[in-house]
Design a protein around this ligand. Structure first.
Ligand SMILES: NC(=O)c1ccc[n+]([C@@H]2O[C@H](COP(=O)([O-])OP(=O)(O)OC[C@H]3O[C@@H](n4cnc5c(N)ncnc54)[C@H](O)[C@@H]3O)[C@@H](O)[C@H]2O)c1
Length: 323
């Protein structure tokens, strides 16, 4: 049994991850501040089942304010750091508060992990750290980093901080760059949720550009599998410092994504086209060469099957989201 801290545990990825780690007989100490980026009730629902398990302990707290006493002298093997303010577009006019939460939160977390002697860290980074290169696979070692958005800049800054910190206080770290995650318990601000909800309710949806931009959508089960492989990798080795993409490696055009959702709902979208937004990347696409070599990671869920699974969940749960 591994003892694992998850920051941002009540969120989309965190709650799915905690569930899987507990099922595979690990102990999870989850921290979440219920950041108001989206509704608290969704996050409370996400962890409601977990709270019944004795291998799960939850603390409502802000990682910018924690001190070592919150860990109650427990020993932990790994911290998986997911807490942050997410969202590319909403970061445009809110650069300072994104920096304050994401970067300062990470600094305080790192200080406290050192105090409790937790020396292995997995950090949730993002495809948004890459330079917007239209026709290539994003390669961890070859593609330059040049985030367009304030959100992406905070992720890159955290990667750098963790690297600097590792030479003194961490024995191993892995930055995982996630690519457009979707699936059950999705964040309500994400395109797949918004499109599905709007098409289902016959509400017009807005898209930036002509629908030709592409995203490497990755199902949550593949993301969780990638994190679990990383937990294994980092547990068995010493002095790891690595950065891996966790994506699908198969980008889809926005307009094709909408067509798949229309087909699955058997309804038509009403689309309003807006000018392309410069802060959004035109295309994202993960190279999986390194991560398949090192972790044996391979995505298993294509977009058609993934959207089926998402819509099945959406039909049962969208009432909870209430928008
Ligand atoms: N969902 C994606 O497509 C995607 C893609 C790339 C990277 N990521 C990253 O993965 C991580 C998880 O994303 P998600 O989609 O689950 O987002 P989410 O918003 O659902 O989860 C993040 C959680 O962190 C919590 N949080 C925020 N600031 C905090 C703080 N200071 N202290 C404690 N808790 C705090 C929030 O309350 C939230 O529950 C984030 O770091 C995000 O940037 C997500």
């Amino acid at each position: 049994m591994k003892k694992i801290i998850i920051t941002g545990c009540a969120g989309f990825i965190g709650s799915n991850l905690a569930e899987k780690l507990i099922k595979t007989k690990n102990f999870v100490f989850g921290i979440d501040s219920f950041h108001p980026y989206y509704k608290r009730s969704i996050k409370e629902f996400n962890i409601s089942q977990l709270n019944k398990n004795r291998n799960f302990q939850f603390l409502e707290s802000d990682i910018r304010k924690i001190d070592k006493s919150v860990f109650k002298n427990k020993q932990f093997d790994i911290c998986i750091h997911l807490a942050s303010t997410p969202g590319v577009l909403s970061s445009i006019n809110d650069e300072e508060s994104y920096y304050e939460n994401n970067v300062n939160g990470t600094i305080n977390l790192l200080k406290n992990l050192a105090l409790i002697n937790t020396k292995k860290l997995i950090f949730a980074s993002s495809s948004t750290v890459y330079k917007d290169e239209k026709n290539s696979f994003f390669d961890e070692n070859k593609t330059p980093t040049k985030p367009l958005s304030p959100y992406g800049k905070t992720k890159l800054r955290c990667e750098e901080l963790i690297k600097e910190w590792s030479s003194r206080e961490l024995s191993s770290f892995v930055n995982l760059r996630f690519f457009s995650v979707y699936g059950p318990c999705i964040r309500p601000d994400l395109a797949i949720y918004k499109f599905t909800n709007r098409i289902n309710n016959n509400i017009p949806l807005s898209i930036y550009g002509d629908g030709q931009s592409q995203r490497d959508y990755t199902h949550i089960d593949d993301i969780i599998n990638g994190i679990l492989l990383t937990v294994n990798y980092i547990s068995k080795r010493k002095n790891i410092s690595a950065t891996f993409n966790i994506g699908n490696g198969n980008p889809i055009r926005l307009i094709d994504l909408i067509k798949i959702i229309e087909k699955k709902l058997n309804k038509s979208a009403i689309i309003e086209y807006l000018p392309f937004n410069d802060i959004e990347m035109y295309r994202t696409c993960a190279s999986l060469k390194l991560v398949s070599e090192k972790l044996n990671y391979q995505p298993t869920i294509n977009i058609e099957n993934g959207i089926d699974n998402f819509i099945e969940w959406y039909k049962k749960n969208h009432i909870l989201y209430n928008y």
